[in-house]
Design a protein around this ligand. Structure first.
Ligand code: S6P
Ligand code: ZN
Length: 196
C-alpha cells in the first residue's frame, strides 16, 4: 500500500480500474439464503453457478482517516421476480457513512436503519447516492440487459457487518412486475424486536 499520493483511471473496460489491489467475485453460491424465492434460486444454481458481481478494491489501512474505495460491477438477472443484487451490509462501526457514484447501467440502492427507517434511491450514470451513518445498504440492478457499474468510498475504520442482513433481510425488496421494477415489503423480513 502506497503512502504517497497516487492516481488511477476508471476505464470501464475488462479491467474497469487501471490499478486495484483486490478483486472479489460473488457467485450465486455465495448468495444462498439471500433471495426470497429459494426454489427459483436452486433451479438457477443447478443450471450454472453464475457470477453475480465483482468488486475491485483500492485497499487502505482499516483505520479512521483512511478512505478505501473502488468499483463494483453488478451483472443483470432475476432470481424468481427479484433482480440481481449485492448481499448488503451495515458498517460494523454504525456511525460511518459511504458515497456511491453511478457510472453505467441503471439500478437502485435499498437502505434502512436499525430504527426502522427505509429508503430506495436511484443509481444511474453521474448520479450520486449518500449513505448516511447507521444505514444498511444494498445495490440492485433493475435492468436485465446491462451491467450496473458504480464507484464508492467509505471510512477506513467502518468494517462490514453482513450477519445482521443475512439473518433478518431488508424490509423492502425490489422485484420485476409487469416489466417494471417495483418496491415491495419483504414477506420474510425478520423483525429483530420480535425475535425470541
Ligand atoms: C463497501 C461498499 C461496496 C460493497 C460492494 C458489494 O462498504 O458498500 O464496496 O461492498 O458493492 O456489496 P456487498 O454488500 O456484497 O459488500
Ligand atoms: Zn458499505
Amino acid at each position: 500500500m502506497k503512502d504517497h499520493p497516487f492516481s488511477f483511471q476508471v476505464t470501464l473496460a475488462d479491467e474497469p480500474l487501471s490499478a486495484y489491489d483486490n478483486r472479489i467475485q460473488r457467485r450465486l453460491s455465495n448468495m444462498r439464503g439471500i433471495f426470497s424465492d429459494s426454489a427459483a434460486f436452486e433451479a438457477l444454481i443447478q443450471a450454472e453457478d453464475r457470477l453475480m458481481y465483482e468488486v475491485y478494491e483500492i485497499k487502505r489501512p482499516e483505520v479512521a482517516g483512511e478512505l478505501p474505495n473502488g468499483l463494483t460491477v453488478l451483472y443483470p438477472g432475476l432470481v424468481g421476480e427479484e433482480f440481481f443484487m449485492t448481499k448488503g451490509h451495515f458498517h460494523k462501526v454504525l456511525e460511518t457513512g459511504e458515497w456511491y457514484y453511478g457510472l453505467r447501467g441503471e439500478g437502485v440502492m435499498v437502505m434502512e436503519t436499525p430504527e426502522g427507517d427505509w429508503a430506495v434511491e436511484p443509481l444511474r450514470p453521474n448520479g450520486v447516492v449518500y449513505v448516511p451513518p447507521r444505514w444498511a445498504h444494498r445495490t440492485v440492478n433493475t435492468r436485465l440487459d446491462a451491467n450496473l457499474v458504480f464507484y464508492w468510498v467509505y471510512p477506513g475504520d467502518a468494517g462490514h457487518d453482513y450477519g445482521t442482513i443475512e439473518t433478518q433481510g431488508f424490509r423492502k425488496l425490489v422485484v420485476q412486475r409487469g416489466g417494471q421494477p417495483v418496491v415491495i415489503d419483504n414477506p420474510r423480513w425478520l423483525n429483530p424486536e420480535k425475535r425470541t
